[in-house]
Write a protein of this length. Structure first.
Length: 755
């Protein structure tokens, strides 16, 4: 290499060295600056905290444990941005997502009658007379389709009451809401019953979303939503942590109330088998879902199951949830620290249920315009007006009680003038077979079958047929035109009955009575509000058999056989009934007054006026005691009346065959009374423990043939003791009565609904 070239190389090396000395620090500075910049970015992410999600598993009634856990999370100021749930987790989570606090959810839960809520029954005050009889007479009902005949029902519960509760709680959410816009973003999981696929719900009508996710197959009716038939999401994803992950959750707290798998020794009951089946369906997702969780809170609830809806169990489970979460406070605080989870946000309360909504308009979804107007009138709402959830619910109960809707629930939309109340109504044509039974000391064993048909598009919109199979068989037909406006209902009733009973006097059996009775009556009925009913009828009656006359009875002569009596009568009645239960009321009153004109059909000029009064008022005394004060009175104002229309006394309320029978504890049915009768009674009933009652009864009888000269020396006093149990097959009652008129103590027994 030449010297010049060597000098150039040296010069270049020197320049390179200088460049290295200059650039290297610059590179280091740049790298250091990058590290600093990266640190600044990371700090910014920490300042804009991660999204926190709560995931609530399914588990039935055990989900009330979530309330206690939420209380602790709120006390620890854990922010919640996303809520995802399945089944009961969807229900509690959905309410929490709207901005309700844990304490507010607790108040909602404690304020419910869960036995009534988890059924389709509405208060008997909203039922028509025919439906009220069906409700208190029949053990079960089987749908009967026009083409397919009798079928098993789709579920035990349609969800009428629980769905309307959810409608009230979420009344301020829109009909087609985006759940991500809620104070806490929300989603829930349901199952497509036709395909078995998972359906994740992020928008739409919130109440049906929550209901669909909790609709346990066979227990709750599936939910038709967006063209799909949906049921409980626990079938496919009972701990939907993956859904929260899809929604952008950075930190996930899982609330898991599911049982572990039960072994062979534990699989002795249906609920435990169902738990295993549910776990099997979602086990493939379970491992991954748990791995996504930063913290899992799992209370131990071995003493409870998915059906533990009693108030005592709910209270205990809330406490268990709170204690479980308190035991994990260290983990909760550690999670907050490492992710810098500071709850500085105020949760919006705009979706919470107000005391009242201003309603400017009502519309139906599912009815034609002419039907819509009729049913809107039945709500008795004055628009515009302010109405609470309870008032809206009462109006819906009034409509549902007509028996023409499969389900009816509500939602709200905003307008400039206020809220538009939308009623979602699905009409049905009723075809059902109803079955009841009763075992008592009067009929021995009796079975009552009823066929009911309702179609309000027809001129005759109600047809009902009753057949009684017993010692006293009978049949009854009702054809009725029920109106939904100011016109009274009109109907035709035809009935026939064979009646066999023993006739007594002063505790001594005199003879057996065998009577065939039939009648045809044309009636009109008008409901005056929810509690009052006015009914008028024209009736033709026929009696055949052992018709005894009073003179024969007084002379202790056996009655003549093969007697025939035709009677024509006109009667009108006014009644009031707001008792909360027919068999075991603890509040309310009943009052009925009936006036009647009877005449032998061959001689209509000979009229016999009669009057019947029945009343009962229930005074609650504390939580477990009620006093029932009753008055039953009948007056026959003509001495020339047909003796078959005499007042009969004795026995319990179920013992009578005729409308003019008056019960009396301590007397054996049937005893003939004088023309003027008044019985006062006081029942003191104690609710010993759930569904068990003990009653002490005192009654007094005054009677005579002259209203102005009652023979007080013939007064009869009686006492009774009755033990009753409310069961799913009707009341079970065992009674003892004594009056001094009978030899010894009179016993009575009843199992089943009265008819």
């Amino acid at each position: 290499m030449s010297g010049g070239n060597i000098d150039k190389v040296k010069k270049i090396k020197g320049m390179a060295a200088k460049i290295k000395l200059t650039v290297f620090p610059l590179i280091l500075f740049s790298l250091f600056s990058g590290i600093l910049c990266h640190a600044e970015v990371k700090d910014t992410i920490n300042i804009k905290r991660p999204k926190v999600a709560l995931v609530l598993s399914g588990g039935g009634a055990k989900g009330f444990t979530y309330i206690g856990i939420l209380k602790v999370l709120e006390r620890e100021r854990v922010p919640v941005d996303i809520v995802v749930g399945t089944s009961i987790g969807a229900l509690v989570g959905g309410i929490y997502s709207m901005g309700y606090s844990a304490s507010e959810i607790e108040n909602i839960v404690r304020g419910q009658n869960w036995e009534k809520l988890l059924s389709d029954k509405v208060s008997r005050i909203y039922l028509s007379e025919i439906d009220r009889e069906i409700d208190q007479r029949y053990l079960f009902s089987l749908p009967c389709e026009k083409k397919k005949g009798i079928r098993m029902p789709q579920s035990v519960v349609r969800g009428q009451n629980i769905l309307n509760l959810l409608c009230g709680i979420s009344g301020n959410s829109q009909l087609n809401a985006d759940f991500s816009k809620f104070p806490r973003s929300y989603a829930c999981v349901a199952t497509n019953l036709e395909t078995g696929e998972e359906v994740d719900i992020y928008n739409g009508f919130l109440p049906t979303a929550m209901y669909a996710s909790m609709a346990v197959p066979g227990v709750f009716e599936p939910c038709e939503r967006d063209g799909l038939l949906l049921a409980d999401g626990g079938i496919v994803n009972n701990f939907p942590v993956d859904v929260a992950k899809k929604m952008g959750a950075d930190v996930i707290i899982g609330l898991d109330i599911r049982d572990n798998y039960h072994d062979r020794e534990s699989l002795k009951s249906m609920d435990k088998i169902f738990v295993n089946l549910t776990n099997f369906y979602s086990k493939y997702k379970d491992k991954e879902n748990k791995s996504f969780c930063d913290l899992i809170i799992h209370p131990h609830l071995s003493s409870y199951n998915g059906a533990s809806f009693s108030n005592k169990a709910i209270d205990s489970m809330i406490v268990i949830g709170e204690r479980t979460a308190e035991g994990m406070v260290k983990q909760i605080r550690h999670l907050k620290k490492i992710y810098n989870l500071e709850d500085n946000n105020i949760v919006s309360k705009k979706l919470k249920m107000p005391e009242k909504w201003k309603i400017c308009r009502i519309r139906f979804d599912g009815l034609c315009h002419s039907e819509e107007e009729e049913f809107i009138n039945m709500l008795n709402f004055k628009l515009p007006g302010e109405y609470s959830y309870n008032e809206i619910r009462s109006g819906i109960n009034r409509l549902y009680g007509q028996g023409v809707f499969d389900k009816i629930y509500f939602g709200m939309t905003d307008s400039k003038e206020g809220k538009i109340l939308t009623l979602f109504a699905k009409k049905k044509e009723v075809r059902s077979i109803n079955v009841g039974f009763d075992i008592n000391t009067r009929d021995k064993v009796a079975i009552l079958l009823n066929g009911e048909w309702k179609n309000y598009s027809k001129p005759i919109n109600i047809i009902s047929v009753n057949a009684e199979i017993s010692n006293n068989p009978g049949i009854k037909f009702n054809f009725e035109r029920e109106h939904k406006n100011c016109l009274p209902d009109v109907g035709l009733e035809i009935k026939a009955k064979e009646q066999n009973y023993d006739f007594y006097n002063e505790g001594e059996k005199l003879f057996d009575v065998n009577v065939f009775y039939s009648s045809v009556s044309l009636y009109s009925r008008r409901y005056l509000g929810d509690f009052w009913e006015w009914k008028t009828a024209v009736q033709e009656e026929y009696f055949h058999g052992d018709i005894f006359v009073k003179e024969a009875f007084l002379q202790n002569v056996f009655p003549t056989d093969n007697d025939n009596i035709w009677l024509t009568s006109v009667h009108t009645s006014l009644s009031f009934d707001n008792r909360n239960n027919f068999y075991f009321p603890d509040k309310g009153s009943f009052f009925s007054i009936k006036g009647e004109l009877d005449a032998v059909s061959k001689d209509l000029n000979t009229l016999s006026p009669a009057f019947l009064l029945r009343s009962c008022h229930i005074f609650p005394v504390g939580n477990n005691t009620a006093i029932l004060l009753k008055v039953n009175s009948r007056a026959i104002f003509s001495s020339d009346f047909s003796e078959i229309k005499s007042t009969f006394l004795g026995g319990d309320s179920y013992a009578g065959f005729f409308d003019y029978h008056i019960p009396f504890w301590g007397l054996t049915p049937f005893i003939m009374a004088d023309r003027f009768v008044c019985i006062e009674s006081a029942d003191v009933r104690f609710n010993l423990f759930k569904n068990h009652y003990l009653s002490f009864i005192f009654n007094a009888l005054q009677q005579g043939d002259d209203i102005y000269n009652i023979n007080h020396s013939r007064a009869i006093y009686g006492v009774g003791l009755k033990y009753s149990i409310k069961t799913i097959i009707g009341p079970v009652e065992l009674g003892l009565g004594y009056s001094g008129q009978n030899d010894g103590i009179m016993g009575s027994f009843n199992l089943g609904y009265w008819f």
